[in-house]
Design a protein around this ligand. Structure first.
Ligand code: SF4
Ligand code: SF4
Length: 161
């Protein structure tokens, strides 16, 4: 359905211009509904295990409570994870690429995912008008976000030039 491809600088520039266009023309609530509809449409049949771009490029982030739950659920050594695998950064434990990603693209902790994995790429959340910069940046990583922005451009009659 969606190819993962390197997003060109030109397309990225266009996406930043579209962000400005939405800031000036879009209604906050209507835009949220449009994002949700497209998010559901594309993720309904999309198998993220065929992609895993976010796991490779952005990595994983979890709080202490989530880390402890994962260790408990999978009988993992929390001391080793905290000190040798993950880095602590402002109360979050992070690693890039994600150390829980297997070579076959499966996820080692899929029964106990941290919120950041469950929520990414946030295109079904409220107040997207105020998060458009992050969304445009995510169009470099997530093929679904890329496609959602392309569909929104059509919907708003946004001309690329
Ligand atoms: S925990 Fe799983 S879903 Fe989350 S980043 Fe790692 S591999 Fe991806
Ligand atoms: S980058 Fe997007 S499509 Fe790819 S695995 Fe992550 S959420 Fe799924």
């Amino acid at each position: 359905m969606i190819e993962i491809k390197e997003i060109s600088e030109e397309k990225l520039e266009e996406n930043y211009r579209f962000r400005t266009y939405l800031k000036m023309h879009a209604d906050e609530k209507i835009l949220d509904e449009q994002f949700k509809e497209l998010h559901n449409k594309y993720f309904k049949n999309f198998d993220c295990s065929k992609c895993r771009n976010c796991c490779k490029v952005l990595g994983v982030s979890m709080n202490e409570y989530e880390l402890n739950s994962i260790c408990k659920h999978y009988y993992l050594d929390d001391y080793k994870l905290k000190n040798e695998v993950l880095k602590e950064n402002y109360g979050k434990y992070i690693a890039k690429p994600c150390p829980f990603l297997n070579k076959d693209n499966s996820c080692q902790i899929e029964e106990c995912l941290p919120e950041s994995c469950l929520d990414y790429p946030y295109t079904n959340k409220d107040e997207r008008l105020f998060s458009l910069l992050a969304i445009v940046n995510n169009s470099k990583v997530c093929p679904v976000v890329y496609k959602i922005l392309e569909d929104l451009k059509d919907l708003y009659g946004f001309k690329s030039k």
